[in-house]
Design a protein around this ligand. Structure first.
Ligand SMILES: [Zn+2]
Length: 212
């Protein structure tokens, strides 16, 4: 069961899935340890292809355990961004796209998209990998989550629409229920309609009369 996504960087200026596969075999591993590789265009030290900036290549299948982060290989999907020190903007954008797809497909929370340096073993090893600020990365992921709308009626007279930006698709329903329990009873007096927008657990919307 994969319940986390772990981001890495290659700590090299160039590379692709085939090159990493070779590097990992040279270390005596069973081929590439990552599930995905995101290219920075620098395929080899002397080959740059602009069309390959941000391109996603597959490493080992997700159904197979990775070999990229001690203690997490059975439960995580490993993504490697090619780069060192500073990761290209287009590579990060591509990583955001890929993480959105994977977190939706495997029901992985945004909070569980982490960097190697945030893992227990990574901390012990003093890792800076993947050389990007993961809090900003998760914030960017949260912005991309779809807003879902739920409509419900209280006492047959007050219709309430709740827009929820869930932390993941998995907990959308749970967050909606929490919103209804926490915020709505206080707002739902009268016959008017109440709109509440939720982002995570914080209500940022306001109440207003339904116009129609
Ligand atoms: Zn790493």
């Amino acid at each position: 069961m994969k319940n986390k996504i772990i981001l890495h960087c290659s700590d090299s200026d160039f590379g692709d899935a085939a090159t990493i596969d070779r590097w990992h075999r040279e270390r005596g591993w069973d081929g590439i340890g990552y599930h995905y590789v995101i290219l920075n265009g620098q395929i080899a030290s002397d080959v740059f292809l602009d069309s390959k900036v941000g391109a996603v290549e597959e490493g080992r299948p997700v159904s197979q355990d990775g070999a990229h982060c001690r203690g997490y290989n059975k439960t995580s999907i490993g993504i490697c961004m090619i780069g060192k020190g500073q990761i290209k903007h287009r590579v990060i954008q591509s990583a955001l796209d890929l993480c959105m797809d994977l977190s939706s497909h495997y029901s992985i929370d945004v909070e569980d998209v982490i960097g190697h340096y945030e893992t227990t073993s990574g901390k012990k090893q003093g890792k800076t990998c993947p050389d990007i600020d993961m809090r900003s990365f998760r914030a960017a992921l949260r912005l991309r989550l779809p807003i879902r709308e739920y409509v419900t009626t209280i006492d047959g007279k007050c219709s309430i629409s709740v827009r929820v930006k869930a932390v993941s698709q998995k907990n959308a329903e749970q967050e909606t229920r929490r919103a209804l329990m926490a915020g709505l009873p206080a707002l739902s007096t009268g016959d008017g309609r109440v709109d509440v927008e939720l982002y995570g657990f914080t209500t940022i919307g306001s109440t207003h009369e339904e116009k129609e």
